[in-house]
Design a protein around this ligand. Structure first.
Ligand code: ZN
Length: 365
């Protein structure tokens, strides 16, 4: 991984889509908030943040011909483009034997060609067509397209009659460092009834399946106990660096659902009484408990679904602008100083640059 911004040059920046214009439709704002505020809130997004503050010297030329109010968004799109294109190039340069299964390579090859989202871009050359990879686990632009699709889908399905309903989002981050490996080992053996050999090369892959199956169930149980209905249950996987320097995953489990109340006062009381109490606010992960961040908004609030699904911008003042339900007066549940994280934040997968991408590809299959 290049740690120096000066290492990003026009020659090594891979496929480069210059920006023609910045969109101003609500969906354009939602997508940019989802992609970029995720990385501004995330301590793993430091390189992206540093690039925004001090971009490679040749990059601002590409944004200066746009209207001044569009330049910050254009710079964000270009910086993210550079980070991903460098990753794709570096991992495709890996030796052939690294690709244990050639199918691992395919998503990277496809994501490398994918048309950016978040701005109107010009093709790299006049002949190139608009290609979409449909690989949201590898491609930030298709991640954003998926968020936009889900927004439309859930909006039509979940919020037909918002009267008396509260929308609830749960998020819990679990890193490899906090999961007990013996629990994963035990779970793996139990699931395969001793028929499959435990392979330490694919430990992270097994861990991802454990989280996806076991911990998702725990989160769904909490939601059922609280009376939540409908919605989505998600599991995202991103990179994690151990304090000792080893590589692991950060898993983010998310849940979005709705619950009905006769009044907002009832909703407030219920959420303070139930959501923030031990039984519903912790997830057992073998070594320790992990805290679940619950957030609730009245379903009739115009931006409720958009914010709980895609997140707000990093500068959005949540306490001032949003009628959060059931939040104790002094301390909101979760850190809201950089806006509100949605169900599906962008995981900085561009940080996975070497043959660990093989483990990641196996884990997200
Ligand atoms: Zn794509």
């Amino acid at each position: 991984m290049p740690n120096q911004i000066k290492e990003f040059t026009p020659e090594n920046s891979g496929i480069f889509w210059p920006i023609e214009a910045i969109g101003h439709r609500p969906e354009d704002y939602m997508i940019r908030d989802n992609l970029f505020a995720s990385l501004i809130r995330d301590h793993r997004g430091k390189l992206f943040q540093a690039m925004l503050r001090k971009p490679p010297p040749w990059l601002p030329w590409h944004v200066e011909r746009l209207a001044s109010e569009d330049r910050p968004a254009a710079l964000q799109v270009l910086c993210l483009q550079l980070l991903y294109q460098r990753q794709f190039r570096d991992v495709l340069d890996l030796k052939e034997q690294t690709w244990i299964d050639r199918r691992n390579k395919k998503p990277i090859v496809e994501a490398q060609q994918c048309w950016p989202r978040g701005a109107l871009v010009k093709p790299a050359d006049k002949k190139s067509k608009k290609y979409l990879c449909h690989r949201p686990r590898f491609c930030p632009w298709c991640h954003a397209r998926k968020v936009a699709q889900l927004f439309k889908h859930v909006h039509d399905k979940l919020i037909q009659d918002p009267q008396g309903k509260v929308l609830v989002r749960a998020r819990v981050g679990v890193s490899s460092e906090s999961i007990d490996p013996t629990i994963v080992n035990f779970w793996f053996k139990y699931m395969h009834q001793g028929k499959a050999k435990f392979d330490y090369d694919f430990f992270l892959c097994n861990e991802a399946h454990y989280v996806s199956q076991e911990l998702k169930l725990q989160l769904r149980d909490r939601a059922q106990y609280l009376g939540l209905q409908g919605g989505l249950l998600t599991h995202q996987v991103g990179p994690w660096r151990y304090r000792t320097g080893g590589f692991g995953f950060q898993h983010v489990l998310g849940l979005l659902g709705e619950i009905s109340f006769s009044s907002i006062e009832d909703a407030n009381q219920f959420i303070v009484d139930k959501f923030l109490k031990i039984r519903s606010s912790l997830l057992w992960i073998g070594k320790e408990y992990q805290h679940i961040e619950w957030l609730a908004l009245p379903a009739g609030e115009p931006q409720a679904l958009r914010f709980l699904l895609a997140g707000t911008s990093a500068s959005y003042d949540v306490g001032k602008n949003l009628p959060l339900v059931g939040q104790p007066d002094t301390k909101p549940n979760g850190d809201l100083t950089d806006g509100l994280a949605g169900l599906l934040s962008l995981e900085p997968t561009y940080l996975i640059r070497d043959d660990r991408i093989v483990q990641y590809a196996q884990a997200v299959k």
